[in-house]
Ligand binder design. Sequence first.
Ligand SMILES: C[S@@+](CC[C@H](N)C(=O)[O-])C[C@H]1O[C@@H](n2cnc3c(N)ncnc32)[C@H](O)[C@@H]1O
Length: 151
Amino acid sequence: MIRFNGKGNFNVPVGNVDFNQNVLDALNDYFDIVGRSNIQWSTQDFRAFFRGLDLSNQDLVYLDPPYLITFSEYNKLWNDETEAALFQIIDELNANGIRFAISNVTHYKGRINEAFLNWAQNYMIHPIHSNYISYHDNTIKRFNEVLVTNF
Ligand SMILES: C[S@@+](CC[C@H](N)C(=O)[O-])C[C@H]1O[C@@H](n2cnc3c(N)ncnc32)[C@H](O)[C@@H]1O
């Protein structure tokens, strides 16, 4: 819910998909849960973050990394190398009997993340039947989203 224009002014559109009553309710639910939960936050790079963890087979790791083939701001430093490093970390989790689930976008506006699809063949691929509402275009779905798990 934070976005700024070139002049540095806050410019999240109000009243459509970006910020509406449903989003406000979801945020308030989120704040309630976070306030009641014991959560530790980290802003590390994922490689350093995983090095600092001591996981067991009682853990479940959920990952939602940047999507290699889409165009968000936070994708700018994400590339084939970071993606491959993430695959390696997840393969190690799997080898150690730790459950994981990772979200990703496999097809987007004619682009296909072949490396992700090849890697994911080793695991279970669950298509996500999302129902995203777009203010601009509620008919054409130009991306495929998946959840990949080892359980
Ligand atoms: C698809 S978004 C996840 C969004 C999140 N699930 C949410 O609902 O807010 C990918 C996230 O990965 C973060 N990210 C990008 N590069 C990273 C890195 N090298 N290590 C850790 N996180 C990174 C981005 O800042 C972004 O928040």
